[in-house]
Design a protein around this ligand. Structure first.
Ligand code: SAJ
Length: 437
């Protein structure tokens, strides 16, 4: 066993090993590409035939990966993508990057992890290293994955090694590509940790070993719970500032000059995306199972979920000052993705605002340069409007919810009747037609 471990270490250091990445989404595909770029033999696996077809046509479906970049890496000839798990029989390392959504509020759904691990277990190469990257509650790797891999009489640290390493991909963040984001790694055993550190050192500048899989799982949840709570706090403080007639954006700008002991967060129409609204609820759920009810997580989640309704009530106030009833008005929603310049609608608060307006039978249209067409359940079935003088003059209020770059905000300021700016697009501009969060 010692010689197996020593031999495995040497092969990893010499890049003489193969990697399988299970799940080719916004985490898995960039990871597979990074390893392939370094000359390592990579098999990308995804159960979604549509994705595999796109990759076979050398087309990227991930914002951060251009077709050109994908073609260049595929031309190296060491990245092969498909849906066949049998390639794992010859894969030394398997990295799992599958979704971990919620079944319903506060209830994790790790079914994708289970499905992936069962397929891996059926094909696992003897002495292979399995690494889970999907964000999940502390204990998943040891209490859920380990028993599944132990089937067929396998012994860990002999027939396989097991570790957890949280993904830290930040979609759209050009400053921090995969190789520049420090990687935390926690193995079930020291050997598993050591092997996993060596695997990631092939592509990432800084790798941070921790003492267990539970610590590594917890690290990611702390990071994103920190974010959720601070965003929830500033969303609540923004409401206080409005009541007191104080410009919260100026307050934050000035507070940000403090070089220590403060971190800037901005109010918004709510919190979208696949991480922040969801990850803390995995921690909340697990803590409940240990008899601990997290008031911070619940409060922050409640506050951010209140924001879309607050946005509508603020517009209602603005229109009332003009003697208008919102029910008789036509609203233009600007920006429907969950954050600027990222084509992703998941949990977007803009969709909540649209839904509230639709349910109240308030006429609503939208514009988003990234989203030409929006269909959402039975309520929303809209084509994006054109952004021009004639169109803008039709609306009683324009509500800016995602502050994409490249939008003609000057045109909007010139021709809109009223503007509710939730992203401080009109920083430093005072104009009676504009109100901000
Ligand atoms: N948001 C605010 N105010 C803020 C920051 C964000 O309202 O001050 C809103 C955004 O508009 C968005 C939501 O929160 O609707 C989430 O925004 P985000 O910037 O946190 O972006 P995400 O969801 O892409 O989060 C990712 C996370 N990365 C991983 O989980 C690996 C998160 O850990 C990162 O901190 C974050 O990117 C980042 O820093 O950009």
């Amino acid at each position: 066993m010692a010689s197996q471990f020593a031999d495995f270490k040497k092969r990893i250091e010499k890049k003489k090993f193969t990697i399988a990445v299970v799940g080719l989404g916004y985490v898995g595909l960039p990871l597979a590409i990074e390893f392939a770029r370094k000359g390592i033999e990579v098999r990308g696996i995804d159960v979604d035939a549509h994705r595999i077809n796109r990759l076979k046509k050398k087309e990227s479906y991930i914002t951060d990966i251009s077709d050109k970049e994908l073609r260049e890496v595929l031309a190296l000839g060491n990245l092969h993508c498909g849906s066949d798990f049998s390639v794992l029989k010859t894969s030394d390392v398997t990295i799992i990057c599958v979704p971990t959504p919620l079944k319903r509020k506060y209830h994790p759904n790790i079914s994708y992890i289970r499905q992936a691990v069962k397929a891996i277990s059926r094909n696992l190469k003897k002495g292979g290293l399995v690494i889970l990257e999907s964000t999940t509650y502390p204990g998943t790797t040891e209490d859920v994955i380990l028993p599944l891999l132990r089937e067929h009489g396998r012994k860990h640290n002999q027939d396989f090694y097991l570790a957890f390493s949280p993904e830290r991909i930040d979609p759209g963040n050009k400053h921090y590509p995969v190789n520049k984001i420090p990687k935390v790694v926690g193995g079930l055993t020291k050997e598993a940790t050591d092997l996993t550190v060596l695997v990631y050192k092939n592509i990432i500048d800084t790798v941070v070993p921790v003492s267990s899989t539970r610590v590594a799982e917890f690290v990611k949840l702390l990071e994103n719970t920190f974010r959720l709570i601070n965003i929830g706090m500033v969303d609540e403080i923004a409401q206080m500032a409005h009541k007191m007639g104080v410009d919260i954006w100026e307050v934050i700008r000035a507070a940000s000059t403090k070089p220590f002991g403060f971190m800037t967060f901005y109010p918004g129409p709510g919190v979208g995306g696949h991480c922040i609204p969801k990850d803390p609820l995995y921690l909340y759920w697990k803590a409940r199972h240990h008899g601990f009810k997290s008031r911070f997580i619940k409060l922050a989640s409640d506050v951010i979920n209140f924001m879309p309704g607050y946005v509508v009530s603020r517009m209602e106030e603005m229109l009332k000052k003009e003697g208008k009833k919102i029910e008789k008005c036509h609203i233009l929603v600007m920006g429907v993705t969950y954050k600027k310049d990222v084509l992703d609608l998941r949990k977007s608060p803009s969709l909540d605002v649209l839904e509230i307006l639709e349910k109240r039978k308030i006429a609503v249209s939208y514009y988003d340069p990234l989203v030409p067409y929006l269909k959402m359940n039975h309520l929303i079935n809209l084509q994006a409007v054109k952004l021009d003088k004639k169109t803008l003059e039709k609306f009683d209020c324009v509500c800016i919810l995602a502050d994409h770059t490249g939008v003609d905000y000057k045109l909007i300021l010139k021709h809109a009747h009223l503007i509710f700016d939730t992203r401080n697009v009109y920083k430093g501009i005072t104009n009676k037609k504009i109100e901000k969060l």
